[in-house]
Ligand binder design. Structure first.
Ligand SMILES: Nc1ncnc2c1ncn2[C@@H]1O[C@H](COP(=O)(O)OP(=O)(O)OP(=O)(O)O)[C@@H](O)[C@H]1O
Ligand SMILES: [Mg+2]
Length: 227
């Protein structure tokens, strides 16, 4: 699904001042592209993903994702957009501690009204795809960091969104595990053709999967190259 940002700015009010998190960002990502986004802490990487995920609204500018004009969405449309169009993965996996891997992956399906049988089938298929078949009944505390992240990725893919956003998904992992997670995201991209926006500092390790490198600095795109 194509993504288009035109003149997008985001300012956060902080007391009497405003913090510019993004400034006049223009960006077009064609459907199916794998984009790596990097930049120093505070450069606006998470803000960019949050806006594209419709978790927040820009202060100015417009964002269009496929048929969705994100600034025009009603509350219901926003919920539908987020559920069906965007899968998002974070540095801290945000799994529900009391639920098994299966339970966590089934959650978006439950919220979307799937029957117990269909939910279980879909969650099992996703966990198998993530190489977690024999961990499917484990709760998050019974999983390694890399396994927890794979569960979180499976959950993000539950409703087969065309867009996968990952915000430093390897930030909490050792370098070996980080490589495995990046390779997994690369494989998902290859096998599913989803559009992937990956925020990471592991540029070397992600390089084999990436077509495009974007660097943010002080809320602006200062580098945008095809590789
Ligand atoms: N909710 C908020 N309220 C106020 N300022 C914010 C808020 N969220 C982000 N900011 C500010 O906006 C700027 C961009 O933040 P953002 O989280 O997008 O950076 P980042 O590139 O993801 O950094 P990191 O690598 O540390 O995750 C920073 O200066 C940050 O302090
Ligand atoms: Mg961030």
């Amino acid at each position: 699904m194509d993504i288009r940002l035109r003149g997008v700015s985001k300012y956060y009010p902080m007391g009497r001042a405003v913090v510019p998190a993004l400034r006049h960002v223009d960006l077009e990502v064609p459907s199916g592209q794998f984009v790596l986004i990097r930049g120093r802490s505070g450069s606006g990487k998470s803000t960019l993903l949050h806006l594209i995920a419709a978790m927040d609204r820009p202060t100015a500018g417009e964002i269009v994702v496929g048929p969705w004009k994100l600034d025009r969405l009603s509350v219901q449309e926003q919920a539908r957009y987020r559920r069906h169009t965007v899968g998002i993965v974070f540095q801290h996996f945000h799994l529900i501690p009391s639920m098994s891997a299966l339970g966590n992956v089934e959650l978006p399906l439950l919220l979307d009204g799937w029957s117990p049988r269909e939910r279980r089938r879909r969650a099992e298929m996703l966990l198998e795809w993530m190489g977690l078949w024999d961990r499917r009944t484990h709760r998050p505390v019974e999983l390694s960091g890399g396994e927890q992240q794979r569960v979180a990725i499976a959950r993000a893919l539950a409703l087969d969104p065309p867009l996968l956003l990952a915000d430093e998904p390897t930030g909490n992992l050792d370098s070996q595990t980080a490589s495995e997670i990046l390779a997994l995201i690369g494989r998902i991209h290859r096998e599913s053709g989803k559009t992937v926006l990956l925020v990471t500092h592991d540029v070397q390790q992600a390089a084999p999967f990436t077509r495009r490198l974007i660097r943010l600095q002080d809320g602006e795109i200062v580098e945008d190259v095809l590789v």
